[in-house]
Ligand binder design. Sequence first.
Ligand SMILES: [Mn+2]
Length: 341
Amino acid sequence: MSWEYQIFGTEANLDDSKVVLIPVPWEVTASYGSGTSSGPELIHKASVQVDLYDIEFGNAYQTGYSILPLNKNILEKNNHYRAIATQINETLQTLQDLTKEQEKHVIEINQACEEMNEYVYASAQKFEDRIIGVIGGDHSTPYGLIKFLSEKYKGNFGILHIDAHLDLRDAYFGFTYSHASIMNNVSKLPFAPKKIVQFGIRDFCEDEVQFMKEREGRFLTQYDLPTKNSLLRGESWIKIVENALSQLPENVYISFDIDGMDPTLCPQTGTPVPGGLSYEQTLSLFSTLHKLKKKIIGFDLVEVSGGDTSNEWNGNVGARMLFKLCGWAAVTNGATSTTQS
Ligand SMILES: [Mn+2]
């Protein structure tokens, strides 16, 4: 199947599509496993397997989902700077000082990341009357989209952040727009989100917890282990989810790092951690947003990777999660759900 704006094997054309997807093949600042820049291609390829009629929202896909072409300039820059950044990571991980040349490279990489952000921002602007989703790439890729939406809604929005990590690091390894810094950067936007609610969180450092303490009331973190322990004691998952998500304002952006899920569902993701959300738990987050009458204003799906394997499982799960994101985004924006249930 050709890329030509089509995804999920539908015939939707770009002009009539309610949901527009921006693929961002970018993983320059990835610090551990590699391969997330191939995420858009993996997901796109697997997307034809998804059956369009859905048990939760029927024929909502008829509202139209399209994907933009892969940006070659972004892909070339990714390939070029990824190799240089990997060497810088290795130097710093072995506690050595950067050479003068490497210090220059850090500045260049930060500039390249800014160009990537500008591309995503400009694409979002171009399709401002649609619902936009970013397909990463690593977790730095949606910054331009979140920035655009923060301005569009003048800060009247919240974020549902699904991730194993808090992503609140202040410039990881010297890279301002690191995958590990996305929520830190987003929190510092002029029109920052009113509230960030996080699920799946199970790997973080003390500085990140401190960052949230300094911004009291802006974060609600549903740490994975204590939440799972509550379930073991017999508490209701749905109750926990409703309590947490009801704290979000009406407009909700979903930032979905696939590593928030159990790693059996994303074995090749860049930084896998044991624990995490099941498929059903993740989907219940989306359906509960709908139940609570929230409106999904945009979303991203990031860190899907096949690693260096030809294993198609990662793309398969990624495509299905993307289909659910598109569907719930369409439904919460008024697309009619035609399911009989
Ligand atoms: Mn992340």
